[in-house]
Design a protein around this ligand. Structure first.
Ligand code: PLP
Length: 462
């Protein structure tokens, strides 16, 4: 399989190169040159298979023979053995045709584990094969750092440095990162805010001289392998509810658009999907674009669903590439204009998107109301991100014969603040984490100075 850029100018790459690369040199994102097809028969044959087996079958064509089948099967099995539920991503039936797809049974209790458990192992495999080592650097406001650390802690060829703003992440979020005591994991508390931390990571990618030639890798949501890993649970959940004989719809709490784009890929591969419902919080660029063709930036709002607090949805570019029928020049022009001024999509591409996607923006007051109401009706305590999805799904319940699957992107214990605000006493951490507050921590505090951070990384990488 070859991968091409959404802006049409960067060279095509192999799967291995795409996993190690991140953003394309023309500023675009990599997508597969062709979409592998899952036939009716192939989908029907998945009924009753384990999650790892479905994962192998769905992803194998994207790997394109660059990892032999036995090795890839083992990598996949290993990645999903870290989940605490035998089904990996169980479905939970809320009522006659509304289901929650619980994506939060991984090591850090949020759906990003699904992708990062695989990505760490893929990186390690390719680096081992090349006889290379690499450094991962990332900044986190609390949530994604821990998923990246858990994904890399067992990777011999990787050292991971995660910067978080000192004393500005919650205790649970900090401890999810700092209690991982592996030799290749380095937590750095920056005496500054998240933007300072992120700026230093960006500057380090722009000028990598301080690493004397060691490869610097990003594991952010634009990495193709993360999308690829997320395609699997759309297929697995639809098959569990009767695909390919029966259509389903999905509702996806969305921010950077990586999650719902993976669903769209599953559909393009042949999965019968009636509709995708995009749920956003008050940071609603996706909803404004789809509903009003208002493709513009708006100031960031801090909400009760902080993992969805974004200004720009980076992976939306991948869907635009399809909506513009793979016209890289048109995508490049649209996105370059969008950087500087409010923009709008052309009519035909927008109409194509509206055929398959609906959207709703859910504000904080509604999130609290939904947490209470969903508990009253179903006994489930939703996390605030999932709550946006629950409400958006309710608004879009069309044909009662089509099951609606809402993606539960985080465990409520991870965002207990919102749950407490909704009037509940709190949510206990799951059993495998209940000693988190007693575990030993390790992290270094550094000033918000680029030179100090880069020296720390250069001195500590192995
Ligand atoms: C990252 C995240 C999201 C948003 O997913 P995208 O792929 O960025 O659209 C939603 N909920 C939770 C809990 C997350 O961590």
């Amino acid at each position: 399989m070859r991968y091409i850029s959404t802006r049409g100018q960067a060279p095509a790459l192999s799967f291995e190169e795409v996993v190690l690369t991140g953003m394309a040199s023309d500023g675009g994102l990599y997508v597969p040159e062709t979409v592998p097809q899952l036939s009716h028969e192939t989908l029907a044959d998945m009924a009753g298979c384990s999650y790892a087996e479905i994962a192998f079958r769905v992803m194998q064509p994207y790997v394109g023979g660059e990892i032999d089948d036995d090795t890839f099967r083992e990598i996949v099995r290993d990645a999903y053995a870290t989940f605490s539920h035998d089904a990996v991503v169980p479905l939970n039936q809320l009522d006659a045709n509304h289901f929650l797809l619980e994506l939060f049974h991984g090591p850090t209790l949020a759906f990003k584990d699904v992708a990062l458990q695989l990505l760490g192992r893929l990186l390690d495999h390719f680096l081992e094969k090349r006889g290379e080592r690499a450094v991962i650097m990332g900044a986190t406001s609390g949530d994604t750092g821990s998923a990246a650390i858990e994904g890399c802690r067992h990777c011999d060829n990787l050292d991971i440095f995660i910067l978080h703003p000192h004393q500005r992440v919650s205790e649970v979020q900090r401890r999810q990162m700092t209690t991982v005591l592996a030799d290749n994991v380095f937590n750095v508390a920056i005496e500054g805010n998240f933007d300072d931390a992120q700026a230093m990571v960006k500057a380090s990618f722009a000028d990598q001289g301080f690493l004397n030639g060691t490869r610097l890798v990003a594991v952010n949501s634009i990495n193709w392998a993360r999308i690829m890993a997320q395609i699997v649970y759309y297929v697995a959940s639809a098959v569990a509810l009767g695909a390919p004989h029966r259509k389903v719809s999905f509702c996806v709490p969305s921010a950077n658009f990586g999650n719902v784009f993976a669903g769209y890929m599953a559909h393009r591969m042949g999965l019968p999907v009636e509709r995708f419902v995009i749920a956003t919080n008050a940071n609603d660029i996706l909803h404004r674009t789809l509903a009003d063709n208002d493709f513009s930036k708006k100031e960031l709002v801090a909400t009760l669903a902080p993992s969805m607090d974004i200004v720009v949805s980076s992976n939306f570019e991948r869907l635009l590439f399809e909506a513009y029928q793979r016209d890289g020049a048109a995508v490049a022009e649209l996105l370059e204009r969008f950087q500087d001024e409010p923009s709008a999509l052309a009519e035909a591409p927008l109409a194509r998107l509206r055929e398959r996607f609906a959207s709703h923006s859910i504000d904080d007051a509604t999130i609290l109301e939904v947490i209470r109401e969903a508990h009253h009706r179903t006994q489930e305590i939703l996390d605030p991100h999932t709550a946006t999805g629950y409400r958006a799904a309710e608004r879009e319940r069309g044909d009662a014969s089509v099951p609606m699957i809402t993606l539960a992107t985080a465990h409520p214990a991870k965002f207990a603040d919102a749950v407490v605000k909704a009037g509940f006493p709190g949510v206990p951490l799951p059993p495998h984490m209940d000693d988190l507050l007693e575990r030993e921590e390790r992290y270094s505090v550094l000033p918000a100075e680029l030179a100090a951070v880069q020296r720390f990384v250069a001195d500590n990488r192995r």
